[in-house]
Design a protein around this ligand. Structure first.
Ligand SMILES: Cc1cc2nc3c(=O)[nH]c(=O)nc-3n(C[C@H](O)[C@H](O)[C@H](O)COP(=O)(O)OP(=O)(O)OC[C@H]3O[C@@H](n4cnc5c(N)ncnc54)[C@H](O)[C@@H]3O)c2cc1C
Length: 524
């Protein structure tokens, strides 16, 4: 394992960019979401020279707007897609037991009896089948407890805000990511440990068989809070790079850089509410959407005292810009109405502290009745210019997608090297014993794993202070992000290295602290 882990910062970005311009690479990965970061790690750990370019920040796109579940594919079982369910369960076990046990925790899900007999019976059947599937996988049996029925008392202990009419419910277990953006960062930083150049604020404008045209969107010397130059991106900002293989991993934007990729994006939205409004649940409340047997609204408790309520599935038409998507009024209404059927104190619109939405890169070609039925499978394709595109799939299966993509890349290069990522721990990974023995706050251990002590030590005299009084995020995390995690602007700090920004009021309160840390540590 490469310890100490490399620091990604503005200085390393400059030297990596310089080296990319001069020497080129074997593999250029375009897109810094979970797909691109997973590919960069697979490629670098097979010994290839790799650069990843991302036009914004790491996890700028869909990969930070997910439900943050590493899930075993219950809905795929419901659709009879055993293959995808099995792949998902296998990848979940790999993440939870070997590659990122610090980032994924087991989370109980409760389907309360108030969901109705049919929903409860189907839930029991599906989760039981999931357990059987898991038991047959390496590491799968030990990774999570089995599904079971719980009585009223136990159900209310798991979700204290439950309606008194709930006589109990089905509890099943799945994996929950502490933060999807941190998984992407962990992949990128681990890839860097194997030599990959990780270049944010670098946009690809055209791709070809032997390289790409790139634009550097970060102007050296600018105040750190303003990452993007305001004028047109010309002159010194534009350059060409050579690469033996170019991989387009730009998610819902994949069709902008290549022909022959047909996507039907769908928006999924979440609301953010204070967890105490649901009685500070220990389990994810799981309520079927009216009229559906396989789609649920979840209330997902997070470690920072917030609960995310999602998810919707709305087909999106037309071109997709760079701005963040947001939920529309009807999605907010459906989410509140559905979750309220299970709560003693119904949530009101005024209880919503924040909201977020992301666009799924669904591959067209599934059943045409709506985006919920479109395939969650991925697509790997090579266009006439020789550019390899990989899109679709999901966060849970990023590693398997990367392995498959790299097998194709190796064939194109005419080289041989086996995939190593099944057993390759990400930065911060450690055994439960090692993590439990760390001398650091449990919040830091959950987000940084074995790096938690370093994060705490980096903080300086005010490092342990909270950035916002009611959230556990500390000033030391912001400093660590600038020094080691390639945070170049306040939005990186507030919206991706931490998730303070999910609640606008918290974001406003944290802004001066983030600006202060950046001003203090800016080197370029
Ligand atoms: C609401 C929602 C909930 C979900 N929940 C889950 C879940 O719980 N579990 C799960 O397993 N999956 C989930 N998914 C699916 C999962 O989030 C996505 O499949 C995955 O994040 C897609 O990652 P990606 O890297 O392919 O795309 P992205 O994360 O969008 O990455 C693409 C990147 O490419 C960059 N880019 C675009 N154009 C260029 C360019 N020209 N040059 C350079 N960079 C460029 C973008 O800025 C972006 O960062 C969910 C999806 C949604 C929308």
């Amino acid at each position: 394992m490469p310890v100490p882990w490399p620091s990604l910062d503005a200085t390393r970005r400059s030297s990596d960019l310089d080296s990319l311009r001069r020497r080129g690479v074997d593999v250029l990965v375009v897109g810094g979401g979970v797909t691109g970061a997973g590919i960069a790690l697979d490629a670098a750990s097979r010994g290839l020279r790799v650069a990843l370019v991302e036009r914004g920040d790491l996890a700028q796109g869909t990969s930070r707007w997910s439900s943050k579940l590493v899930h075993g594919g219950l809905r795929y079982l419901a659709h009879g897609d055993l293959g995808l369910a099995r792949d998902s369960a296998r990848e979940r076990a790999i993440l939870m037991t070997r590659t990122a046990p610090h980032l994924v925790r087991p989370l109980p899900f409760l389907i309360p009896s108030t969901a109705g007999r049919a929903a409860v019976a189907l839930g029991r059947l599906g989760t039981g089948a999931g357990d059987v599937l898991r038991a047959g996988l390496p590491g799968g049996f030990a990774s999570l407890p089995r599904a079971r029925w719980v009585d009223q008392d136990r159900a209310r202990r798991l979700v204290p805000g439950l309606r008194p009419q709930a006589r109990g419910g089905v509890v099943f277990w799945d994996g929950q990511l502490i933060d999807d953006a941190r998984l992407v960062l962990g992949l990128a930083r681990t890839a860097a440990a194997y030599g990959a150049a990780i270049l944010t604020r670098v946009q690809a404008t055209s791709l070809g068989a032997d390289g790409a045209e790139l634009v550097d969107r970060w102007s050296p010397g600018q105040p750190s809070g303003r990452a993007e130059p305001s004028g047109p991106l010309t002159g010194v900002h534009q350059f060409s790079v050579e690469a033996r293989v170019v991989v387009n991993a730009t998610g819902v934007w994949a069709g902008e850089l290549t022909s022959g990729v047909s996507l039907r994006p769908s928006r999924g939205s979440h609301l953010v509410v204070p967890s105490n409004l649901l009685g500070s649940p220990q389990a994810a409340l799981t309520v079927p959407l009216a009229g559906s047997t396989s789609r649920y609204v979840f209330a997902l408790p997070q470690l920072d005292g917030r609960t995310y309520i999602g998810i919707t599935d709305e087909p999106v038409q037309g071109p997709i810009g760079e701005e963040d998507p947001s939920p529309d009024a009807s999605e907010v209404e459906v989410l509140l109405e559905t979750i309220n059927t299970a709560l003693a104190r119904p949530l009101q619109p005024g209880d919503i502290a924040g909201s977020f939405a992301g666009l799924r890169p669904l591959v067209a070609g599934g059943r045409p009745s709506g985006s919920a039925d479109l395939s969650r499978r991925h697509l790997i394709t090579r266009d006439r210019a020789g550019v390899l595109t990989i899109t679709g799939g999901k966060l849970t299966t990023y590693r398997a997608m990367a392995e498959e993509a790299l097998d194709v890349v190796m064939a194109i290069l005419g080289q041989e090297a086996a995939c190593r990522t099944r057993r390759l721990p990400l930065v911060g990974a450690g055994t439960p014993q090692r993590l439990a023995g760390l001398d650091a706050d449990s919040w830091l251990v959950a987000r940084y794993g074995t790096e938690a002590e370093t994060v705490a030590a980096e903080g300086g005299p005010d490092g342990a202070e909270r950035v916002v009084s009611h959230l556990p995020v500390t000033v030391s995390e912001l400093r660590y992000a600038v020094r080691h995690e390639l945070a170049l602007g306040v939005e990186d700090l507030l919206d991706r290295r931490t998730r303070i920004g999910l609640v606008p009021k918290d974001r406003a309160a944290a802004l001066p602290v983030a600006e202060q840390v950046l001003a203090e540590l800016s080197t370029v």
